[in-house]
Design a protein around this ligand. Sequence first.
Ligand code: NAD
Ligand code: IPM
Ligand code: MN
Length: 347
Amino acid sequence: MNELIAVIAGDGIGPEVVEQTTRILDVVHPGFTYEHHGLGAEHWLATGEVLNDETLEQLKLADAILLGAVGAAPGSTAIPSGLLERGLLLKLRFAFDHAVNLRPSKLYPGIPTPLSDSVVAGKDIDFVVVREGTEGLYCGNGGSVRTNTPQEIATEVSINTAHGVERVVRYAFELARTRRKLLTLVHKHNVLVNAGGLWRRIVAEIGEQYDDIETNYLHIDAATIKLVTQPDQFDVIVTDNLFGDILTDEAAAVTGGIGLAASANLNVDGTFPSMFEPVHGSAPDIAGQGKADPRAAILSGAMMLDHLGYGPDADKVRKAVEEDIASSLGATRSTKEIGDAILGGLV
Ligand code: NAD
Ligand code: IPM
Ligand code: MN
């Protein structure tokens, strides 16, 4: 009951959406102890440190981590691109072995979507992307030589291990069992024959133990089409780190926007704390204006409640968010007003 939650509110809209999330968690599940870590852009600018070993050790002791967002504006030169993303966010995902990056998408009734009526009407659009979280092109296995010369060579090598692929694929099959029993592997094995071959083989092998699950396959390019033409045909999508990153922004865009997209970075063997964060970033374009939608962060908080074994409390949060969505269609509200409305729906 008295779990320790490490909070990294981060940059831009991160603190704004996290504030609403902890307000709601405090009501639905009093008793968490929050330990705030002032990491992110300002911390780096003030100290020259992104995440030191001592803080990493402290974070290890938490029962879960709640993260807002980190990162500077994409065009900014004040902070080197990738410094915070690689040095903080990815460092945590890798150090705490967040094998499964779970990203659900659901189109709630009435929510604005760029999808046409013919795609949406009468359809149940509700799927989950199970994104591998520790491997692929994200590993940092690359470098550049002859940098800044016309002969520059830059490499990023995608790492795919049988171990890493197996555990995320197994997780996806288990998840499909609790849902509509359909699993789609997304890759690009017609070009990435080595990595794609490994993923395909492992899905086929593990699939033999899941007779009740229908499996199919799409290349990533075709998957981006289907996500906007027949999104109701997806249930569980399993894919690698980069394809999953891209697909989940698209998934968010077609199911009500990035302001609703939640995620969990799960350590599947319980050796380190899992981390919960909205899919979106620090949104420097709207930061400090009270415009951020906190519901992605709040729904990530619900995923944290699920993970910690408080399913009924997680359901309460999701229900309050769903009711809020239904009752606020078309309204323009501030971050706090949205938080207030969801709080009101809880009590
Ligand atoms: P972004 O997700 O921050 O913003 C993309 C667009 O979505 C912007 O127009 C923004 O205003 C809007 N948006 C995002 N969240 C919103 C919300 N809750 N409510 C309303 N609108 C919202 O992506 P970006 O602009 O590519 O990246 C900005 C910074 O964030 C970069 O430094 C990037 O590396 C970082 N980033 C961090 C994370 C993370 O910490 N998990 C995730 C993605 C990007
Ligand atoms: C996300 C983000 C991160 C990712 C970046 C900021 C490292 O885009 O959580 O989707 O690519 O995983
Ligand atoms: Mn992303």
